[in-house]
Design a protein around this ligand. Structure first.
Ligand SMILES: Cc1cc2nc3c(=O)[nH]c(=O)nc-3n(C[C@H](O)[C@H](O)[C@H](O)COP(=O)(O)OP(=O)(O)OC[C@H]3O[C@@H](n4cnc5c(N)ncnc54)[C@H](O)[C@@H]3O)c2cc1C
Ligand SMILES: NC(=O)c1ccc[n+]([C@@H]2O[C@H](COP(=O)([O-])OP(=O)(O)OC[C@H]3O[C@@H](n4cnc5c(N)ncnc54)[C@H](O)[C@@H]3O)[C@@H](O)[C@H]2O)c1
Length: 452
């Protein structure tokens, strides 16, 4: 059978663009459909604009500290419209870069919605059909508001943050995951009065307890009002924004409310009923270790499969797909020991087992130190950082590393190499310290603080 393309990719985000480019670079005839903007979540409404906002928000502390370091500075107000204009032109630039990368690799791009008609046929929004030997679903996910008795559409989701005309004076953020905590710190840094409602007992569920405890403490010390065990009971429009009745008995007006209560895979109305593609409980596409669905010609990668929802993972899944399908080299995706960074202030960098997980798996030693970093201690700030290693008592292998500190994301990338190589604590200790740094503690902690 003759097809229009060797590969048709639906979704022009991190995973889809990489897979399309690499497959086309290897000589395959490739098409890609994107219904919104090329670059997808990461570039347009995720990692990139978020990180630029992290940078913007960090200048408040830096300027306050500068005075104690001898600089004659005066702090003005943050001008959201000025930053937002620059942010949007940067995103336009990056979208253009993605467009050119696809064009230069010979990928035929359709800027339109695409759905699946059958195992080898795609339908574009104008009704035209394209056939392909292989179809790759890389449609990502979208933020979801919870189902409540009141009108949750009055509140924003993370996509809306990047389109605000003005910066609100106050914001309630609901959720305790990556997005809730990162935006709580960003908004606070930009001068917004931030309150965070989290329904559980402690934010950042799933991360090391000691690490998330310190982040919560540091966020609260900066002035973010964290209410755990709390949710919204009712929300109504009011003169100054939204009047929120909470399960903790309070009734407070916030200018804006942000739901950061999770994301759903984009599988609705994608035509998957027409093919043998199974969906999980949360609407995610079920795939095997090669990202293949039950329909042999259809694969899925990235957030739409809800495995590990990170940009570098979507990219690796895309490359493994090309290796498997176009290079005759079946390559499963390695989801073990992935480093994470949460861009709170201070950041959390983490890889491997938490102390709680490791304790269940076998005997462990914990090496940990929490201290006031030199840069902030000098100006009298009470900030603390945490350096922590979880070590197997039997093998001496470092099972996990948890860092709470400015630039912890940068540090965990490096520590991650050693941990992925299954380095032992003794091998960490063979490395000479870099002095004076915060991370030198990772190679100088001599005695376990506890064992379990
Ligand atoms: C606020 C935020 C911050 C984040 N920060 C980080 C971070 O710091 N680090 C990190 O690693 N990850 C981060 N992530 C997660 C990261 O953005 C995602 O894991 C990553 O973008 C997933 O890539 P993807 O290719 O699977 O999907 P996406 O990037 O979501 O791309 C999917 C694309 O498919 C398009 N599409 C969907 N349906 C169709 C259709 N039927 N036809 C045509 N096109 C369609 C969409 O418009 C979208 O452009 C963040 C996410 C958010 C929301
Ligand atoms: N730095 C990073 O790498 C980064 C940053 C942002 C997002 N991401 C990725 O995006 C994914 C999505 O992030 P997220 O923060 O949206 O999801 P998440 O799963 O991390 O957090 C969702 C939060 O919402 C809460 N929640 C869910 N339903 C609720 C309800 N009905 N009422 C109240 N609270 C509710 C949950 O308890 C949880 O705290 C992450 O899992 C991560 O993979 C990564």
């Amino acid at each position: 059978m003759k097809f229009d393309f060797d590969l048709f990719v639906i979704g022009g985000g991190s995973g889809g663009v990489r897979a399309a480019r690499v497959a086309a670079g290897g000589g395959a005839k490739v098409a890609l459909a994107e219904e919104s903007r090329l670059g997808g979540t990461c570039v347009i409404r995720g990692c990139v604009p978020k990180k630029l906002m992290v940078f913007a928000s960090s200048y408040r502390d830096a300027m306050a500290e500068a005075d104690d370091y001898g600089w004659d500075v005066s702090m003005g107000d943050f001008e959201w419209p000025k930053f937002s204009k620059r942010l949007n032109s940067e995103l336009d630039r990056l979208e253009g870069v993605y467009q050119n990368m696809l064009k230069n690799s010979g990928v035929k791009t359709f800027l339109t919605r695409a759905t699946v008609k059958d195992a080898h046929t795609i339908v574009l929004a104008d009704g035209s059909e394209k056939t392909a030997k292989h179809i790759l679903l890389a449609t990502g996910g979208r933020p979801v508001r919870p189902d409540e008795e009141f009108d949750t559409s009055l509140a924003m989701v993370s996509d809306d943050i990047f389109h605000m005309d003005t910066l609100p004076k106050s914001m309630l953020i609901v959720g305790g995951g990556f997005i809730a905590c990162e935006f709580a710190c960003i908004m606070h840094g930009l001068g917004v009065d931030v309150t965070l409602f989290y329904r559980g007992a402690q934010i950042l569920r799933g991360f090391d307890d000691e690490a998330r405890g310190l982040i919560a403490e540091m966020m609260a010390a900066r002035g973010i009002a964290i209410h755990t065990g709390t949710n919204i009971l009712d929300m109504q429009k009011s003169d100054g924004g939204l009047m929120v009745k909470a399960s903790n008995g309070t009734e407070t007006e916030f200018e804006k409310v942000l739901y950061a209560t999770g994301r759903s895979p984009n599988t609705e109305s994608l035509g998957l009923d027409n093919v043998d593609v199974e969906l999980g409980r949360r609407g995610e596409i079920i795939v095997d270790e090669y990202s293949q669905t039950g329909q042999p010609s259809i694969y899925a990668i990235g957030d739409v499969t809800n495995r590990v929802n990170l940009t570098p993972v979507a990219i690796r899944e895309g490359m493994a797909f090309v290796e498997t399908v176009f290079n005759g080299n079946p390559t499963p995706v390695d989801h073990e020991l992935i480093p994470y960074a949460v861009f709170t202030q201070p950041e959390l960098g983490t890889i491997g087992m938490t102390e709680e997980e490791a304790r269940e798996a076998g005997p462990i030693d914990i090496y940990a130190t929490s201290f006031r970093p030199m840069q902030q201690a000098f100006v009298g700030r009470e900030d603390r950082v945490l350096m922590k290693l979880v070590v197997c008592k039997n093998t001496d292998v470092v099972l996990g590393c948890h860092i709470v500190a400015p630039a912890a994301g940068e540090m965990i990338q490096m520590a991650g190499i050693a941990i992925k190589m299954k380095a032992t604590k003794a091998q960490f200790d063979q490395v000479c310290a870099v002095h004076p740094t915060m991370s030198e503690e990772l190679v100088t902690m001599k005695t376990p603080v506890r064992s379990a």
